[in-house]
Design a protein around this ligand. Structure first.
Ligand code: FE2
Length: 170
């Protein structure tokens, strides 16, 4: 939608020392990761609320801890976009429209169903975040590359936390 695109690339005047055309591309990129992160955070909450089975309590707590971490990333990404003079597209509806992740499976019930659904989504998310480090670097913004590096390190660790539940069965 044209108006949506115009909003996404909206720029405000700033004295930050990065050229406007690069800032615009950085903000578009940041907004796409904002959408993914918001989507993944809500999907992790979905797992937190709906998980059942003998591992209920430890998974219920783990999923909440991960969702809280993703909430911090949402703020970091959105505020990097606005620091670059851009407009953060951060509502739930904007995230739903912009996310590259598949929707959460409604038939997930027991702990391992939720672990598998989250492992699939976290691996997709982690790969895109790793790509974002290079993308930001190519746009000469090492500060944004550093932000994505920080997120990447934590997300890889969370992927391990999730995968450790199924690695002994492989
Ligand atoms: Fe809760």
């Amino acid at each position: 939608m044209a108006t949506q695109h115009a909003t996404k690339t909206r720029q405000f005047p700033t004295r930050i020392d990065l050229p406007a055309e690069k800032r615009e591309r950085l903000c578009e990129m940041l907004n796409s990761h904002l959408a993914d992160t918001f989507d993944l955070m809500s999907q992790t909450k979905q797992a937190h609320w709906n998980v059942k089975g003998k591992d209920f309590y430890q998974l219920h707590l783990l999923f909440d801890e991960i969702a809280e971490e993703l909430e911090d990333f949402i703020d970091l990404i959105a505020e990097r976009c606005t620091s670059l003079g851009g407009y953060a597209t951060g509502t739930v509806r904007m995230a739903a429209e912009g996310s590259s992740l598949p929707e959460y499976p409604v038939d997930a019930v027991n702990g391992m169903d939720h672990i598998e659904a989250l492992v699939e989504r976290f691996s997709l998310y982690a790969a895109r975040i790793r790509q974002a480090i290079d993308d930001a670097d190519k746009l000469d913004d090492r500060t944004t590359a550093d932000l994505f590096t920080e997120i990447s390190r934590d997300v890889d660790k969370r992927l391990w936390f999730l995968e450790a539940h199924i690695q002994d069965a492989e």
